[in-house]
Design a protein around this ligand. Structure first.
Ligand SMILES: NCCCCC(N)=O
Length: 260
C-alpha cells in the first residue's frame, strides 16, 4: 500500500485555510497512487492556535471537522489521518482521526501531552491501542510526544500494528533534531514496524517547527524523509513482506516473554 505524508505549514486558528491545504494535498497524494494521506498534529486548527482558540473551535468526533475531512477523503478517493482539536462535553482532546470517507472513522486521543501549553489546553487520554485496517494492513495511531515513550509503540506492535502513524508538532532545536533523526528509526526497528512521523514546518507565530518528517521501515531504514523548513509531500510503499528477513533476525516481540 502506498501512503503519503504532508509536511505542512498550517495557519494557526484558520480551519478553512488548513482544510483547503489538506484537500489539495489529498488530490496530489491520490494522483501519486497513495491510499492514505497523513497530515500533522492539530493540522486542522494549527498547533499554535492557543488554548482559547482550541476551546472555541474544538469539534466532537461526530461533528463538522470530521465530517469535512471525511468529505475530502470521499471526494479525492483517499483515506486521511489528520490531527484536530476534539471536544467531548467540557473536555478538549488533542486527537487524530482516521477517515476513509466511506463510513469508517476512528479517533485516537493523545495520552502524553507535552508541556504547559498542551496541558492547559487539552485533557490527557488513557493510553489506548486504536487500530484500523486499510489495504490489508493494520494501522495504529500516536501523536507526537506519545512516540517518545517506547511503551506506546510496543503496545501497538503487540496489538498487531504493521504501521504506526504519528502526526507531530516537533519544535526546532537539538532535541527535535535528535528525535526526528534517530529516535523514529529506532522505534521502527525495536518493534519491527513501519513508522510515519509527519511534522509541521516553518513557524506559526507561536512555535518554530523542525520539519524532518520521515517514514521509517522495520529494518530501521528510511523510505522517505523531508528537509527541515519547507512543505513536502512524501510517498512510501508499505510492503511488510519485504522485511521478513528483518523480522526473522530481530525477534524482539517473540522473545519479549521468553523465559530467561
Ligand atoms: N520532545 C518533546 C516534543 C513533543 C512535542 C509535541 N507536540 O508533543
Amino acid at each position: 500500500m502506498r501512503i503519503a505524508a504532508l509536511q505542512m505549514k498550517a495557519i494557526a486558528g484558520d480551519i478553512e485555510a488548513n482544510l483547503a491545504r489538506i484537500a489539495a494535498a489529498a488530490a496530489d497524494a491520490a494522483k501519486g497512487g497513495a491510499s492514505l494521506l497523513v497530515v500533522p498534529e492539530l493540522a486542522v486548527t494549527g498547533y499554535g492556535a492557543g488554548e482559547a482558540t482550541f476551546s472555541d473551535i474544538a469539534s466532537p468526533a461526530s461533528g463538522d471537522t470530521v465530517a469535512r475531512l471525511s468529505a475530502i477523503a470521499r471526494e479525492k478517493g483517499i483515506a486521511i489521518i489528520a490531527g484536530f482539536a476534539e471536544r467531548e462535553g467540557t473536555a478538549v482532546y488533542n486527537s487524530a482521526v482516521f477517515t476513509d470517507g466511506i463510513g469508517t472513522n476512528a479517533v485516537y486521543r493523545k495520552s502524553h501531552l507535552y508541556g504547559e501549553y498542551e496541558r492547559a489546553a487539552f485533557k490527557p487520554a488513557t493510553p489506548a491501542s486504536v487500530l484500523v485496517e486499510l489495504g490489508g494492513l493494520r494501522l495504529g495511531m500516536l501523536i507526537c510526544y506519545d512516540v517518545e515513550f517506547p511503551e506506546n509503540v510496543r503496545r501497538l506492535a503487540l496489538a498487531g500494528a504493521d504501521l504506526v502513524i504519528v502526526p507531530t508538532a516537533l519544535p526546532q532545536g537539538a532535541s527535535g533534531t535528535f528525535i526526528a533523526s534517530h529516535m523514529i528509526q529506532v522505534r521502527a526497528f525495536e518493534n519491527q514496524v513501519f513508522v510515519a512521523y509527519v511534522n509541521h514546518c516553518d513557524s506559526d507565530g507561536l512555535f518554530a517547527y523542525a520539519g524532518l518528517s520521515r517514514i521509517a521501515a522495520p529494518d530501521g531504514t528510511l523510505l522517505a524523509e523531508a528537509p527541515a523548513q519547507v512543505e513536502a509531500l512524501l510517498f512510501a510503499d508499505i510492503r511488510p513482506a519485504d522485511y521478513d528477513t528483518s523480522r526473522a533476525e530481530n525477534t524482539y516481540l517473540a522473545d519479549l516473554d521468553r523465559p530467561v
